[in-house]
Design a protein around this ligand. Sequence first.
Ligand code: ATP
Length: 360
Amino acid sequence: MTGYDPTDTPAEERLVGSGADREDQAVEVALRPKDLGEFIGQEKVREQLDLVLRAARARGATADHVLLSGAPGLGKTTLSMIIAAEMGAPIRITSGPAIQHAGDLAAILSSLQEGEVLFLDEIHRMSRPAEEMLYMAMEDFRVDVIVGKGPGATAIPLELPPFTLVGATTRAGLLPPPLRDRFGFTAHMEFYEPHELKRVVHRSAHLLDVEIDPAGAAEIAGRSRGTPRIANRLLRRVRDYAQVKADGLITREIAGAALAVYEVDARGLDRLDRAVLEALLKLFGGGPVGLSTLAVAVGEERETVEEVAEPFLVREGLLARTPRGRVATPAAWAHLGLTAPGSAPGGAGNGNGQQDLFGA
Ligand SMILES: Nc1ncnc2c1ncn2[C@@H]1O[C@H](COP(=O)(O)OP(=O)(O)OP(=O)(O)O)[C@@H](O)[C@H]1O
């Protein structure tokens, strides 16, 4: 079997999970780049945003609404704070799930100051009535507040000061077109290259007063799944190890040894990722195998395998989702140091005829 005990680490608390935990939130405040110059990578987005903000400043106007899309931990919140800082404006932070009624949104919008930046995280999760109120607010800086109920209800128009909405979403495709179209500038944040993450690690190490050499930073960067938040989190765990087991300096060896303790491998896969791959290779000969069968084999929920492990495995080219089921790529065999079985059709263990026992 795979040796993975799912009760050990809840999926959302994984060291390589890209959501923010409580410790992250505290440290992230200290590590956030404060202006566009400090923001590493995302060259195109930075260049375009710089133009948008400079032009608005030169006109003495409020910046256009901005939509940022991309995976968690890539810097959307950071960028929204930078937009406010560059515009010399205050920022209000809220999220789609926090705005369930149009009245919640009306209360926020009506208390904004002129030029203020409103950061709306997970904008795709707002309720429909709030979304519709937002259309008008974004376009005309006006909302209709409904007073009363039923036939006696009246709409009272309320003028708003000009503001900049910065919407963030992990799934731009989920936004209704009328909402998407009201953003003057839309940017998609890509995963970071290892050399960019290396700069993130160096910068954070400096701010946290941690000693690290270039090879140590490269080692952490290479295991960070293209995500600055993960790079910062791995850096903190490696720092702990370097303090306890060595003299505090992070070298390649120290980083490697520390991350081995936390079971984050050279490519950034953790135990769950490897358990999925191992099951796919060792139990099902590389697939195709149905998602449900694979999930049962690793003792996890279907959703956990599909939403937590697979996106990274697919992105890394280790696993493919096909109409017939999950299939391991040659890179997956190589990564686990296993040899792919010969191509003999129907041969024992090649798994090509595997059925999904529980339906895909
Ligand atoms: N380009 C960057 N340069 C340096 N550090 C960065 C960069 N992008 C993000 N970070 C760091 O990564 C951490 C996570 O960033 P942030 O909270 O902005 O991500 P996010 O995309 O808003 O994530 P989520 O959608 O999960 O809230 C922060 O500590 C920030 O300091």
